[in-house]
Write a protein that binds this ligand. Structure first.
Ligand code: AMP
Length: 403
């Protein structure tokens, strides 16, 4: 893999694509700075080598026009604090004034460009726009894993203007290595834990993992479609009627391939979709009419934990219940604890995509698992075995790792 480790940035202007797409509150304060912190080691390596840094990123989904709530100016104080030096800000990512700022950048200096998505050309992957961005730096570093599944100008097209001087930053390398650990270097027993709202979003990932995994744990809203497919009564729980046949196929496929499939046996049901609703534990195949399953039950928690704690490789994608509500988060917390225990015993654990990342952060267990992905959609597509355009553009050989 071409990474920044094998490159000396002395006197070079490094154009670094990062993913600073962080949530803001109404006062433009950053609510969760994980993605910005994750890019800092790459920026520091370049600066410590004696290079300068030009940072580019997208931010939100503006309608191709500047808007204050989508301005990267809100990231300046934090980036400056984390790097321990001033950060210059270019009010546009292209144009004469920006070219001038980039040209005058000295070793050790940092320039943050305004949101690349203020130009429609970005998401179109425009060559001329990418060329303008490319003209600002001597070397291109892609550290934006969260945008790696987008064939946009600053993530993908731009790489062609650096035929030799293009490479991955540390965050990107770390995330790609975690995909490699799951799809190529996995140790058995390998357990995939899938939850979240719907079966439909998880079909491709199940298909790509079926030949690799030993155990498939199904929780969250998607479990009720499986229970119904097996003839159970799920009351008013979330069910995707048009995916019942898919669930049957997944169960049959797992049987054929010797994959053990674990579907909840008991569930915590509520009489309304509300934290204050009446609730009780019941058999998941016999949910009374008018009640809906919002979490896995205590027996299921134990069954799932036993499987997880004896696994050597673990992927977790999607919560076990409506964990945003405190009365229905117990199952998700139990799975999080089991993943942490397995990791302590030497398992490799990746929390990738979906709201399980939010859950592991909520429980402050981020440092106790092997990798928490910063790229929701990108991680999902990587694990589905899809081409990641931002990765291919920098290093085609990496595809052999992840496919
Ligand atoms: P995903 O983005 O697919 O990981 O889905 C995450 C969402 O699924 C979260 O917002 C959860 O609240 C929701 N979810 C989990 N379990 C259930 C359930 N039993 N019924 C309805 N929604 C659920």
């Amino acid at each position: 893999m071409k990474t920044i480790d094998n490159y000396n940035f002395k006197n070079k202007k490094a154009l670094v694509r990062v993913d600073f797409n962080v949530p803001l509150d109404n006062d433009f304060k950053i609510i969760d700075d994980t993605r910005i912190r994750a890019a800092i080691p790459t920026l520091k390596k370049i600066l410590n080598d004696g290079g300068s840094v030009i940072i580019m990123s997208h931010f939100g989904r503006p309608k191709n026009l500047p808007e204050l709530k989508f301005s990267l100016i809100h990231a300046v104080p934090l980036v400056s604090q984390l790097l321990g030096r001033p950060v210059q800000f270019a009010k546009d990512c292209i144009g004469a004034a920006t070219r001038n700022m980039a040209a005058n950048l000295k070793p050790g200096e940092v320039l943050l460009l305004e949101n690349v998505r203020f130009h429609a050309e970005e998401t179109k992957g425009s060559e001329s726009f990418a060329k303008e961005l490319a003209s600002l730096g001597d070397v291109f570093v892609n550290d934006a894993f969260g945008a790696a599944h987008r064939a946009h100008a600053s993530t993908t097209t731009i790489a062609k203007f650096f035929p030799h001087d293009k490479m991955f930053g540390y965050l990107m390398a770390h995330e790609l290595e975690s995909i490699e650990k799951l799809l190529k270097l996995y140790k058995k027993p390998f357990t995939a834990i899938l939850g979240g709202a719907k079966v439909s979003g998880k079909i491709a990932i199940i298909a790509n993992l079926m030949d690799r995994i030993d155990n498939l744990i199904i929780g969250g809203g998607m479990a009720y479609t499986f229970v119904k497919a097996m003839g159970g009564n799920v009351g008013s729980s979330l069910v995707e009627e048009d995916r019942i046949q898919t669930a049957v196929q997944i169960i049959e496929d797992a049987e054929k391939k010797g994959v053990k499939i674990f579907i909840p046996t008991d569930t915590l049901v509520a009489d309304a979709f509300s934290n204050d609703a009446a609730r009780k534990v019941c058999d998941i195949k016999n949910i009374p009419e008018g009640w809906l399953g919002l979490d896995i039950g205590p027996a299921t928690e134990k069954e799932f934990a036993a499987v997880i704690e004896t696994s050597a490789t673990i992927l977790w994608n999607g919560p076990m219940g409506v964990f945003e509500m405190s009365n229905f988060e117990h199952g998700t917390r139990a799975v999080a604890d089991a993943v942490v225990n397995a990791t302590k015993s030497g398992a490799y654990s990746l929390i990738g995509g979906g709201d399980s990342v939010a859950a592991i952060n909520k429980y402050k267990l981020t440092d106790q698992v092997s990798c928490v992905s910063t790229g929701g959609g990108a991680m999902l597509e990587g694990l589905e075995g899809q081409v990641l355009p931002g990765v291919r553009a920098v290093d085609e050989s990496v595809e052999k790792i992840i496919r």
